[in-house]
Each structure stands twice: as structure tokens, then as C-alpha cells.
Design a protein around this ligand. Structure first.
Ligand code: GCO
Length: 656
């Protein structure tokens, strides 16, 4: 069959191949059925694996067990297909503006969901509007600030200064390697999208200097940024995957980085190839992008001043991430034996608890086994038994369904719990879930359990950095720094500066609209219930050895294609694979399962992914250009990560 000529046809081919690949992998893993796993599935073990302090995110864990194909509801998959076809037809086929196409498709999918669930159409429209709002809340200010930073850094010569200094050190040939390494390092503490915005001005400036390789520079940044975004904590995705699979964070950082390096090298090679094969010109981002002529070397701002808009947010956000990670590591919400006033009374309380009481809810937690449940109802005789009791309570406190209005009808809900109950439950860290439930438990039994001492010096440090390390605020400071440098270097009046800033905001505004619409579209795809369909489908699988790595990769990949966010694909995927494994230890360290999940979450990025739009629009690429550069680049990183994971798991299993 000849290679399809049009971008649409090529993307169609990609989806078909991806589907075929997924099916082949599934057949492979199903063939590796392990009878031992079947018996685990049939047994009465709890849904989660039995882990130490960092436990599974429970609501994402499906019941493990074979599911007959016939019982799976495929309707969501049809709705997602309609969404995919709609977006591609409108954007690529009819050349409709991306914002309009995404919003129309989001409404279409939302209405289909409404028909299916019998919800009112007005309600479904509101669902799109609020998903758009949520998504804009996440990206709006950051993109606006990044647009200002980008323009000011380019026009003040700051980007030029950084690039010249870097090129003097490394030589022009290694410029893309430098960008890749910068993206790689910066995306460890800072979310990928932000890293990309901050480095794009450097790619533009480099291109102005070398007159070539624009696409290569952009892809080099994406390569470094994406790979650590999904493999190396403390960025949220891999951090939560490690927590869910009970992998030590230090181990995840080391092995994640080891897996990331070869993938990044392959990604860079692919970037060079893609740029060589079909280079893409650097287009002006705004109408008057070329108003300011390039400056001579001696007029450029100093290196420190030039770097400030990039370093300031990275240092601030990084410090916040570090302090929060250290404070979370203290796990101050965990119950200690010294917190329990009277173990005998506690056992009595459990023994006489009704189903609809706070103690009864804890006993019913799906995080603990029947044996552990019974242990709670018997008095603890000595230190060892007391320790066992509090460990069981701590495990039970990870139950996402601990709170129920009937059980807590007579208990005043503490403000901490109330606040945490309103946050995004999917992305909630285990440490916060335990904090929420512990606050409820403390409120229910103040005479039995001492209140948690959440505040520690480290937590206070993290809290005091809260404002400064907030990406919106950190980027605002960076934008101010970039504006001031621009004003001074070009001796602009405030009014002139205002004109330039307004221009950058106009291009930023369009990007915010499109990215938020992409988010709304992804959210509507999620609301079809596709997550449940995927979960049901995969929970019928069982696998062992290398097949478990393939399965972990596949689960994350399918989730990524279906809903767009790598972070969500990783979190949900890790929960699903933990359930499928049902507590069984693989013949290698669990960290490899985690890196397989992280790698899978890069597969098949398309128009429901905010990263796709950030790359396309901040880089000045058309949608079809992004589909044939960004999408295969991430697929390369994904497959590279999987292969490296498999090889390492065999030659360096670190099991035991
Ligand atoms: O939720 C997320 O993780 C992000 O928004 C992603 O989708 C990334 O930006 C990108 O795709 C790189 O992995």
C-alpha cells in the first residue's frame, strides 16, 4: 500500500496502526496467562496491593478479574471515535479554526453523553463551559505570562545573549543537545508545559542566529521536557505512579532517569531526522514580530539579567516542589501508637461499630483484608500489636470512600477535610487522602485519638513558599523581570512597552483559547466513561514477566490516546496495573512497571492533549505539522522508554 499523501490519511493510518499494535500486545499478554494470578483474582484479597506507607490510589483500582467481552459497554468508545473524527474533519478536512473545531466537537461529544444518560441539553452545554473554565484556570495566566516573557526576551536580546553564550561554550552543532538537556533537567521539578514556554524563545533566537534547524530546536526541547515529565519525580505524574506502585521515590528518580536518557537520545536523533526530512520555517507569532531589529553584541543585556526570566520561575517552582516533597515524605497524617489514648477502648469501639458509623466505615475500607479487619476488633496486648493496629488504620485511611454523609451526620466536618474533599480526587496524593480521612477520624473520636500534627517545620517552609512557588505567580514575576529588561535595553517609554506587551498577549490569548478548548474536549471524552470501558477491558487481562511491562505500557497508552493528559494516563494506568497484578511481585523491581506506565503515557498524543497545542501554537506550527512531528516524536520516546525498560528489567532486575 503506498504511504498516504495527505496528513489526515497519515494520521488515520497512525491510529489504525496504533490500534493494531495495541491488539497484538494484548493478545501477547493474554497468552502469558499465569494460573497463579487467576487464583489471586478469585481470592478475597483486597483490591489494592499490600503496601507500606505510600499506598495505592484506591478509587482508580478496579476489581481484578476476567471480564467477558460481551459485558463491556462499548458505547463510550463509539462516542470517542465520533469526537476524533469530528475534530480531524473540522480542523484538517475543513480547515476550521482549531478553537471552534474543538469547542464544536466537545459539545457534540457532550450531547451524545447527554442522550445516553438522559441528561438535559442545557446541562451538557454547561458541562463543556465549566470544563473549558477549569482548563483555562490551569493554563490561562501561565500562557499569558509566557507570551510576554517570550516576546520580551526575544526583543530585548536576552534570548540572543543566552544563545550566544551557550553556543560559544558548546559550538553550534551541539545547540540542540543543549536545548534537549535543558528541557530534560528543567522538567524534573517543573511541569512540562511551563518548561516548553520558557525555552521556546531560545529556540527562536537560535534559529535567528543559525538560519536553520528551527524544527530540530523545538523538538529537542520537547524531547527533554516530555521524557522527564513522565519518568522522573517529583514532577506530579511519576511521583504519583511511584506512590501507587509503592516504589521508593529515590529509586524512581534514579531508574526513571536511566530509562529517560537513551529515550531522549533516540528522540533527539528523531528530531534531527524530522528536521532534515521536512524542515518547518519559523513563522512570526504576532503581527509585528519584527518591529525591533536585532541588537549588536555589546548592546545585549548581561547573561544574568538575560537568564533571570527563565531561572527565576524554575528556582521558585523547584524550591516549592522540593519542600512539598520533603514535607510529604514525613507523612504526618499517619496515626502513631502514641496518638492512641486507649487501645482497649479503641478495639471495643471497632467491635461494636455499626456499618454507618465512622469506625464502621474504617472497618469496611477496601484497603484492608478480612484478617486485618478482625485484628482491629481485638485489644492490642503489646507494642508490636499496637504497631500492627495503627498500620492497619493507616492503610484503611487511604480509602477514597471513607466519608459518607450518614456515618458523619453527627460529626462536624473539619475545615481541612472539607477543603480536601473539594479538590481533584484523581490527582490527589496518598498523603493528602490520608490527611483528609485522618481529620475526619480525629473529629469523630477526639477522646480516643489525638489530633494529627500536620504542621512540621518542613511543611511550614513549603506553605510559606506557597505563593512564590505557584507557577502563575512565579511566571508573573518572570514576566515583570523580562519587561523591565526589555524597557531598559531598548529605552522604551511605558506606553511603547505597553504596545509590545499587548501584542504578545493577543497571540497568547489565541493560544489560551485553543489550549483550554483542547482541555474541554479531552474532558468531554473522559465524561463518555471511556475510562471505565478501558478499565473493564484491561482488568480481564493477566500477565507475568515481560508481558506485564507490555501490558502496563499499553494501558497507559490507550488512556493517553483516549483523554489526552499524560499525567492522568499515568495515574489511572498505574492504579489499573496494580489491580491487574493483584499483589503479585514481578521477577524484577516494581520500578520497571512504573517506567513502563510512564513511557506508555507518551504514546499517541494528539489534539485532546494540551501539550500538543502548546507545542503547535507556541512553536508556530500548523495542526498537521504538529501531527507529523510532535505525535511521532512522543511515540518514539514512548517506545524507546518501553524497550529500555524491558532491557534493564532483564539485565538489572534489582528484584528482592
Ligand atoms: O497532563 C499532562 O501531563 C500534560 O498536559 C501533558 O499532556 C503533557 O503536556 C504532554 O503531553 C507531554 O507529555
Amino acid at each position: 500500500m503506498p504511504f498516504p499523501a495527505t496528513p489526515l490519511a497519515r494520521f488515520g493510518l497512525f491510529l489504525v496502526l496504533f490500534g493494531a499494535f495495541t491488539s497484538v500486545t494484548l493478545v501477547t499478554v493474554s497468552a502469558a496467562d499465569d494460573p497463579a494470578l487467576d487464583s489471586i483474582e478469585a481470592s478475597s484479597t483486597p483490591k489494592s496491593r499490600e503496601f507500606g506507607d505510600f499506598d495505592v490510589i484506591p478509587d482508580l483500582i478496579p476489581e481484578s478479574g476476567p471480564v467477558a467481552d460481551a459485558t463491556i459497554d462499548w458505547t463510550p468508545a463509539w462516542f470517542v471515535t465520533v469526537g476524533i473524527v469530528s475534530v480531524l474533519t473540522l480542523i484538517i478536512g475543513l480547515k476550521l479554526n482549531a478553537f471552534l473545531a474543538l469547542i464544536i466537537s466537545a459539545i457534540l461529544v457532550s450531547v451524545l453523553v447527554g442522550f445516553d444518560a438522559g441528561a438535559g441539553m442545557g446541562e451538557r452545554m454547561n458541562a463543556v463551559v465549566s470544563a473549558f473554565g477549569n482548563s483555562a484556570a490551569g493554563v490561562g495566566i501561565v500562557i499569558a505570562m509566557a507570551a510576554i516573557i517570550g516576546k520580551c526576551m526575544l526583543d530585548s536580546g536576552s534570548a540572543d545573549r543566552i544563545v550566544r553564550t551557550a553556543v560559544d561554550v558548546t559550538g553550534e552543532k551541539k545547540a540542540s543537545l543543549g536545548l534537549m538537556i535543558s528541557g530534560f533537567i528543567l522538567a524534573i521539578p517543573v511541569f512540562f508545559d511551563t518548561v516548553f514556554y520558557l525555552l521556546v524563545p531560545l529556540a527562536r533566537s537560535l534559529h535567528r542566529r543559525t538560519g536553520k534547524n528551527y524544527l530540530r530546536y523545538l523538538m529537542a526541547i520537547a524531547t527533554g521536557g516530555c521524557i522527564t515529565h513522565t519518568l522522573v519525580p517529583p514532577t506530579p505524574g511519576p511521583l504519583l505512579v511511584a506512590a501507587i506502585l509503592n516504589v521508593d521515590i529515590g529509586m524512581m528518580m534514579i531508574v526513571g532517569a536511566i530509562v529517560a536518557i537513551p529515550s531522549a537520545i533516540v528522540g533527539l536523533a528523531f528530531s534531527i531526522y524530522a528536521d532534515h526530512k521536512s524542515p518547518i520555517p519559523m513563522r512570526p507569532l504576532g503581527a509585528h514580530d519584527d518591529r525591533h531589529q536585532p541588537l549588536d553584541d555589546e548592546k545585549l543585556p548581561g547573561l544574568f539579567t538575560s537568564l533571570l526570566p527563565v531561572l527565576l520561575p524554575v528556582v521558585l517552582i523547584g524550591a516549592g516542589t522540593l519542600a512539598t516533597t520533603l514535607a510529604d515524605g514525613e507523612d504526618r497524617a499517619a496515626v502513631l501508637t502514641t496518638d492512641v489514648e486507649d487501645f482497649d477502648l479503641l478495639a471495643q469501639r471497632f467491635a461494636s461499630a455499626t456499618e454507618k458509623s465512622p469506625a464502621g466505615r474504617l472497618l469496611a475500607s477496601d484497603q484492608i483484608t478480612e484478617k486485618q479487619r478482625q485484628r482491629l476488633t481485638r485489644p492490642a496486648q503489646n507494642d508490636v500489636e499496637q504497631q500492627a493496629v495503627v498500620s492497619i488504620i493507616n492503610r484503611a485511611l487511604l480509602d477514597p470512600d471513607y466519608y459518607s454523609p450518614e456515618a458523619f451526620a453527627d460529626v462536624g466536618i473539619p475545615p481541612v477535610a472539607e477543603k480536601l474533599m473539594k479538590t481533584d480526587q484523581v490527582r490527589m496524593k496518598p498523603v493528602d487522602r490520608r490527611r483528609m480521612n485522618r481529620a475526619l477520624l480525629d473529629a469523630a473520636y477526639p477522646e480516643l485519638i489525638a489530633a494529627q500534627r500536620w504542621d512540621s517545620p518542613m511543611r511550614r517552609t513549603a506553605n510559606s513558599l506557597g505563593l512564590w512557588s505557584n507557577p502563575n505567580f512565579a511566571l508573573l514575576l518572570a514576566a515583570l523581570a523580562a519587561m523591565l529588561t526589555f524597557k531598559i535595553v531598548r529605552t522604551l517609554s511605558w506606553r511603547e512597552l505597553g504596545v509590545d506587551v499587548e501584542e504578545s498577549l493577543m497571540s497568547g490569548g489565541v493560544i489560551i483559547l485553543i489550549t483550554a478548548a483542547g482541555g474541554a474536549f479531552g474532558a468531554m471524552l473522559s465524561q463518555t466513561g471511556i475510562g471505565d470501558t478501558i478499565q473493564q477491558y484491561f482488568s480481564g487481562q493477566s500477565a507475568a514477566g515481560i508481558a506485564i511491562l507490555l501490558l502496563a505500557w499499553c494501558v497507559a497508552a490507550v488512556l493517553k490516546v483516549a483523554q489526552g493528559s499524560s499525567t492522568v494516563a499515568m495515574i489511572v494506568g498505574a492504579g489499573m496495573i496494580a489491580a491487574i497484578m493483584g499483589g503479585d511481585e514481578p521477577p524484577f523491581h516494581m520500578v520497571y512497571v512504573a517506567t513502563a506506565v510512564g513511557s506508555g503515557s507518551l504514546m499517541g498524543s494528539w489534539m485532546n492533549d494540551s501539550g500538543f497545542w502548546v507545542f503547535a501554537k507556541m512553536g508556530g506550527l500548523t495542526e498537521s505539522e504538529a501531527l507529523r512531528t510532535w505525535t511521532p516524536l512522543l511515540a518514539t520516546l514512548s517506545i524507546g522508554g518501553l524497550i529500555t525498560t524491558i532491557i534493564l528489567s532483564q539485565i538489572m532486575p534489582i528484584a528482592g
